[in-house]
Design a protein around this ligand. Structure first.
Ligand SMILES: NC(=O)C1=CN([C@@H]2O[C@H](COP(=O)(O)OP(=O)(O)OC[C@H]3O[C@@H](n4cnc5c(N)ncnc54)[C@H](O)[C@@H]3O)[C@@H](O)[C@H]2O)[C@@H](O)CC1
Ligand SMILES: Nc1ncnc2c1ncn2[C@@H]1O[C@H](COP(=O)(O)OP(=O)(O)O)[C@@H](O)[C@H]1O
Ligand SMILES: [K+]
Length: 510
């Protein structure tokens, strides 16, 4: 799914109105009716107090339409107009009159702190103060109203965006925004919804297709994509009937140290389970017996050193090399990694201590082959690119790093983001059950395996992250978030392949 910028969405509204020959009022009615339908299907007529906070622009107009429809269906509704300005939009004014026809009262007006209503924990709040039109900081009393609503602990549904949130700036103490339980957004999610620092403001995300002009949406180029099943299906390369193991490549996994052999065992298992033809593991000597018994399908080569990597020599020609899990960052290992980089120019995946070594020895970064995939978690990323001010700054820095070194960076987390040049691929699978030791090692194996099978490194990263998260989702249904461990993900990657083309009983939400 494309993720559009605010300007592109505003343009899409305009184009839709022209091409579909509808008024902006009709488009608002359409959008707000879809939100109403959703809320109605969940509340099912429940007589809970609903308080709608409407701005005076079109987001406020949406709120008024939703309020009118709720009133017409017998709900207890109080609509408030937050009078932060006198510049009311036309569609706001029209719907302001229309709601009065149904309620027989004008909505209550809030002009300052004295007008703030009491909000109880049991209220159901609809936040329609600001949407994508917010373009300057909230006035002091409006910020206080936002805090007042947040403090109430009532259940909050935000329309299009949580009010106070800018599309390109993180909310914070000084820049308050509504902390919604659910955000119902129109047509396209906004990038900020997927950034970790925005999570507490967005709650559960729902995207509603309001029928904006298909042609405009299709032909408008974006550099941000949300990766769901339809996008992942397009990346899959079917296997050939007459294939032999050579067709799916030979992956070399290098890592491990005394007490951390399990990590490469998990990576190797995941590499095989994702379909690589052959896997060889290179580890310190102490890994030999463990690896031969935990992953009998893999071949094992060992370093001359018992406990840590010191000299990486192998007499084979792998299609891809994965380096770093459990390797440590000792002097010997750093030197061995350096030799490896200088002497081998195979496609690479670098994880964990591989990234830590690059962070300490920055000049090694230029030895990485183009399109190498790096898979840092937040701590590793910070060591690599330095501290960031907020998640937007983080993306800016990673894009710069990716362009400068021609590398693919997988920013792991709840919505893992794959960065290549200025392009962002935001993954929409995965769950908190995957926050468990070793699940990153499994991801490295999945990506390595896809490269071994001749997927382009960027595709391997995007598709691999999707499959890894999807496997976690399928398993969480069977065994709970808590019960899920990394080995389960490695063992069951196949389920995510099967799921790719399984017919859904009902359409998948986001
Ligand atoms: N344009 C369309 O056809 C549609 C728009 N829709 C809704 O319209 C919203 C966008 O509406 P608007 O563009 O009217 O903007 P908003 O309703 O988001 O913002 C209200 C207005 O307040 C002004 N403003 C911005 N920051 C302010 C501040 N800090 N203090 C005081 N005033 C401020 C802006 O000039 C803006 O026009 C979307 O988020 C969506 O909810 C939907 O109804 C779908 C269709
Ligand atoms: N809350 C979450 N939602 C989705 N995916 C998650 C979540 N927490 C962790 N993950 C995924 O689990 C993996 C954890 O990797 P990492 O932190 O490197 O773990 P380890 O070092 O133990 O292997 C990453 O792929 C990450 O995206
Ligand atoms: K809003």
């Amino acid at each position: 799914m494309k993720i559009f910028d605010i300007e592109q969405l505003a343009k899409a509204d305009k184009v839709t109105i022209e091409k579909q020959e509808i008024s902006s009022t009709e488009l608002m009615e359409r959008a707000a009716t879809l939100v109403f339908n959703d809320i109605h299907s969940k509340l099912n007529g429940a007589q809970i107090p609903i308080k709608i906070f409407c701005g005076i622009g079109n987001n406020g107009g949406d709120g008024l339409v939703i309020g009118r429809l709720l009133l017409e269906h017998g709900y207890q509704v109080i609509a408030y107009v937050v009078n932060y300005s006198n510049k009311r939009s036309q569609d706001f004014l029209l719907n302001y009159d229309r709601i009065k026809e149904v309620s027989n009262n004008w909505p209550s007006s809030i002009k300052g702190e004295d007008d703030f209503p009491e909000i109880s924990e049991k209220d159901f709040i609809i936040d329609a103060m600001f949407g994508i039109g917010l373009n300057r900081p909230l006035e002091d009393w409006v910020g206080k109203l936002v805090r007042h609503i947040n403090r109430s602990k009532a259940f909050i549904v935000a329309i299009d965006m949580p009010s106070g949130m800018f599309a390109d700036k993180m909310p914070n103490e000084k820049r308050p925004a509504i902390k919604a339980n659910v955000t119902i957004t129109f047509q396209s999610p906004k990038l900020i919804f997927f950034l970790p620092q925005a999570a507490e403001y967005i709650g559960d995300l729902q995207v509603i297709d309001i029928g904006l002009d298909r042609e405009y949406l299709a032909k408008t180029a974006v550099n941000k994509q949300l990766i769901n099943k339809p996008e992942a299906q397009l990346l899959y390369k079917p296997r050939i009937n007459f294939a032999h193991k050579g067709d799916y490549g030979h992956a070399l996994i290098i890592g491990g140290s005394y007490g951390k052999i399990g990590s490469i065992s998990l990576t190797a298992k995941a590499t095989l389970k994702t379909g690589a033809g052959m896997v060889t593991i290179f580890s310190p000597k102490c890994g030999y017996q463990i690896l031969q018994s935990t992953v009998p399908e893999a071949m094992v080569l060992t370093d001359e050193n018992e406990e840590t990597l010191s000299n990486i020599e192998f007499d084979l020609s792998p299609d891809v090399i994965c380096f770093g899990m459990g390797a440590g960052t000792s002097k010997e290992t750093t030197a061995a990694f350096k030799d490896l980089l200088i002497n081998t120019k195979k496609p690479m995946v670098i994880d964990a201590d591989g990234i830590n070594i690059l962070s300490k020895e920055k000049e090694l970064i230029k030895e990485l082959p183009e399109n190498t995939v790096l898979t840092p978690h937040p701590g590793e990323l910070e060591r690599l690119i330095g501290k960031w001010k907020d998640d937007f700054d983080k993306l800016y820095k990673v894009k710069k790093f990716s362009k400068e070194h021609k590398l693919i960076v997988v920013i792991k987390g709840a919505h893992t983001i794959i960065v290549f040049n200025d392009d962002l691929y935001i993954n929409n699978t995965g769950n908190p059950g995957m926050a468990t030791a070793g699940s990153g090692d499994v991801l490295s194996g999945v990506i390595t395996s896809l490269i071994s099978q001749k997927y382009e490194p960027l595709i391997a990263a995007v598709f691999g992250v999707y499959l890894h998260g999807k496997t976690g989702d399928i398993l969480a249904e069977e065994m709970s978030y808590e019960g899920l461990i990394a080995g389960d993900i490695a063992d069951n990657i196949g389920k995510s392949f099967l799921d790719l083309f399984k017919k859904e009983m009902q359409s998948e939400g986001n």
